[in-house]
Design a protein around this ligand. Structure first.
Ligand code: GLA
Length: 576
């Protein structure tokens, strides 16, 4: 036998022996190896399967407005916000489409009020947020607000995890119309599930709790009835989405709310989570703390809606991965916002003011895969900064995500830095154009008060203001097809982007990321090849430069010089 072959056989024999040993060990410890493999795989996937868009009617095209964070950070107060709103009107930005005035972090007091509700900082927002909403609405603008999907915000102020219903109701009562939900101090949902003994139904019209025992549940996946030493059996294997237990034939006399009690075996010192699905549609979640008690069994209670006659109750824990947890927590807040605005309108007999839901978990859990089901827009990247490297770094991530955007649901590469830091005029124009090409939210982050002159009129010559008010670039962003541009060419320095528009034309952008001027050329046939493009094939095309405001007729290709860190943006339409 050759030496290498002998070595290989030796290694295989040793591995076999090790595996055999591991199997004996796992069996002794009552651990199911298949379940362990499934749990490990579950951590790498997203199990989010809801297939409809969040769609609350707020975001057919990307939102436009201003936010306090990029410029003011924690130094905000109601006077600054009102000055900004006034400047939005005077500068003509409001007429150009910028309508949201968004409070970012640091609007809140560190104390919730006596009813457990969030409240504005007691000294910087002395009139309260409802008053501010009314003032901003009176100017024809909308107010946005901020919290975190965590126990505190990024500036360590009270936040909305575990307070979703109360906070959504508060925002709806105040009349807020935009809600950014950050991810600081998040506590992920655990992927462990409790061991189930039985479920009990009590409450309305039922004199005694009725028991449905584990033995009668239909078990799927890795869910199993396991007998313990004391002789009692429990359902195990419901964690990480690998198994489910369904109780059928749960009969109640009338439609209504009932108390569902889950009797669980207190097992170990890990956090657990159980999702209850009633009649395949209504979902409820219960968090279970690590076990410290003396007694063996615990009662977990929920009030659930049941219908007259037979019902089903399914128990599982679908959380396999960090992304599952984030998706479920954001989905919960999104559902509470919808519920709260509808409820407020019903109670007050007024028109519903839906709240645009902006998910901000910085792209950590691939939100482009699930966030359109939970909210309207989702951050795809870490925080932007006012320099070229940050803008291009963010662009490089976001530009690849074009297939996930569409009407009602947009990638959010973060708020604009146009007018901030040391960005050159060229860089500001490029930043603005790229965000428009990517159908990104246009949320300004600069000091728009500087657009108002001392005499209270608009500074029409302001270069930054004129960038932000370029109506043809805004129209590219706001196009009702809601398609994010496709990058059709890149040589590492120069990129060519194409965005189909609703009138059958296309927006074409040449970007120069580098420090020296370049010449860029794009053949019309490369644009026509794109599936989403509706531009008809023609003898010649009108090519309008959306910054220079000039036009030329071209037939086969568009060619242009692009300044360092610059862009050229054209609108291409067929000549009839
Ligand atoms: C995070 C967000 C920012 C901003 C701050 C506020 O960093 O990504 O956009 O909201 O928190 O603290």
């Amino acid at each position: 036998m050759k030496k290498e072959k002998a070595v290989l056989l030796g290694v295989a024999a040793a591995a076999g022996a090790a595996l055999g040993g591991a199997a004996v060990y796992l069996k002794k410890k009552n651990i199911c190896p298949r379940c362990e493999i499934k749990k490990a795989l579950s951590k790498t996937k997203i199990h989010y399967s809801k297939d409809s868009l969040y769609n609350n009617g707020t975001c057919a095209v990307p939102p436009m407005g201003w936010s306090s964070w990029n410029l003011f950070k924690n130094k905000i107060d109601e006077n600054v916000i009102l000055d900004i709103a006034r400047a939005m009107k005077i500068s003509g930005l409001a007429d150009a489409g910028y309508v949201y005035v968004n409070l970012d972090d640091c609007w809140q007091s560190s104390m919730r009020d006596e009813n457990g509700r969030l409240q504005g900082d007691l000294t910087t927002f002395p009139h309260g947020i409802k008053w501010l909403v009314d003032e901003v609405n009176a100017m024809g603008l909308k107010l946005g607000i901020y919290s975190s999907n965590g126990t505190f915000t990024c500036e360590d102020l009270p936040a909305s995890l575990y307070h979703e219903r109360t906070d959504a109701e508060t925002f709806a009562e105040w009349g807020v119309e935009y809600f950014k939900y950050d991810f600081c101090h998040n506590v992920p949902l655990p992927s462990k599930a409790p061991f189930i003994d039985s479920i009990l139904i009590g409450g309305a019209g039922i004199s005694r709790e009725e028991e449905y025992s584990a033995q009668n549940a239909v078990l799927t996946g890795e869910a199993k009835l396991v007998k313990e030493d004391g002789g009692k059996s429990y359902i195990k294997g419901l964690c990480s989405g690998i198994g489910a237990a369904e109780f059928k034939g749960i009969t109640v006399p009338e439609d209504g709310e009932y108390v569902l009690t889950i009797v669980m075996r207190k097992s170990d010192s890990k956090d657990k989570f159980c999702q209850v699905t009633v009649n395949k549609t209504d979902k409820y979640g219960i968090l279970i703390p690590p076990t410290k008690a003396f007694s063996r069994e615990g009662r977990l209670q929920l009030v659930v809606k049941l219908k007259k006659g037979e019902n089903t109750v399914e128990l599982t824990n679908p959380v396999g991965s960090a992304a599952d947890s984030a998706a479920m927590q954001y989905e919960k807040m999104g559902a509470e916002l919808k519920r709260a605005t509808a409820l407020y309108a019903e109670k007050n007999n007024c028109e519903e003011k839906p709240i645009l839901f902006s998910i901000c978990e910085w792209g950590k859990n691939r939100p482009w895969k699930w966030a359109s089901k939970a909210g309207n827009i989702w951050r795809t990247t870490p925080d932007i900064m006012p320099h070229w490297a940050s803008i291009i770094g963010i662009y490089e991530v976001n530009v690849r995500l074009n297939k996930y955007a569409g009407p009602g649901a947009f990638n959010d590469p973060d708020m604009l830095e146009v007018g901030n830091g040391d960005l050159t005029v060229q860089e500001n124009m490029s930043h603005f154009s790229l965000w428009a090409m990517m159908a990104a939210p246009l949320i300004l982050g600069n000091d728009i008060r500087s657009f108002v002159k001392e005499d209270g009129t608009c500074d029409n010559d302001n270069k930054i203001l004129n960038i932000l008010k370029n109506e043809e670039i805004i129209a590219v962003d706001q196009d009702k097809l809601g398609i994010q541009c496709v990058r059709i060419k890149s040589n590492g320095v120069a990129d060519v982007l194409v965005k189909p528009l609703a009138d059958g034309s296309v927006a074409l952008c040449f970007l120069n990321k580098g420090p020296v001027k370049v010449n860029v050329k794009c053949a019309v046939k490369d644009i026509l090849n794109l599936a989403s493009v509706r531009l008809p094939s023609a003898q010649s095309y009108n090519c309008r430069d959306l910054w220079e405001k000039t036009e030329q007729e071209i037939s086969e290709s568009v060619e242009a010089g692009v300044e360092p860190h610059g862009v050229r943006v054209f609108k291409l339409s067929a000549v009839k």
